[in-house]
Ligand binder design. Structure first.
Ligand code: ZN
Length: 139
């Protein structure tokens, strides 16, 4: 069995941002040379997510609106977590909802997606370098 590991780094301009990382994951898969197996992609930080959904700008805004209703950033004093001196209590909750990782089957050297599936990095406390891990195992 082969194993391949790669890290991606994102440093978003905005506090909250969604980035389509499908091309970068496909590049990693090509580098790995693996044709049959599994590809794990996970955020390495507890205020960011990796998730799969549609590449559609209306949906991205819907996510932003929905997440902001569930866990508004302000006032930051509403979160007990922010008693630590941080201001990212909301980002931890947003990450929990949007998830830590995805696993995609690798078939014939390609990511074996369903219709419209794309991989996204969801940032909820950006403006600093943060990492995403890609781990691919198989033959
Ligand atoms: Zn925090």
């Amino acid at each position: 069995m082969k194993s391949f590991r790669k890290e991606l780094v994102f440093n978003t301009k905005e506090r909250v941002e969604f980035i389509n990382i499908t091309d970068q994951v496909e590049e990693a898969l090509a580098e790995s040379g693996i044709k049959e197996g599994l590809c794990l992609v996970n955020a390495m930080h507890i205020t960011a997510s990796v998730f799969i959904n549609d590449h559609e700008s209306g949906l991205w805004q819907d996510y932003r609106n929905w997440l902001e209703k569930l866990a508004p950033h302000a006032p930051v004093s509403q979160y007990l977590h922010n008693r630590t001196g941080e201001d990212n209590g909301d980002a931890h909750l947003k990450r929990q909802i949007m998830g830590r990782e995805v696993v995609v089957a690798v078939t014939g050297g390609r990511l074996d997606f369903g219709p419209w599936e794309q991989i996204f990095y969801g940032e909820f406390d950006g403006r600093r370098p943060k990492r995403v891990l890609i781990k691919i195992i198989g033959e």
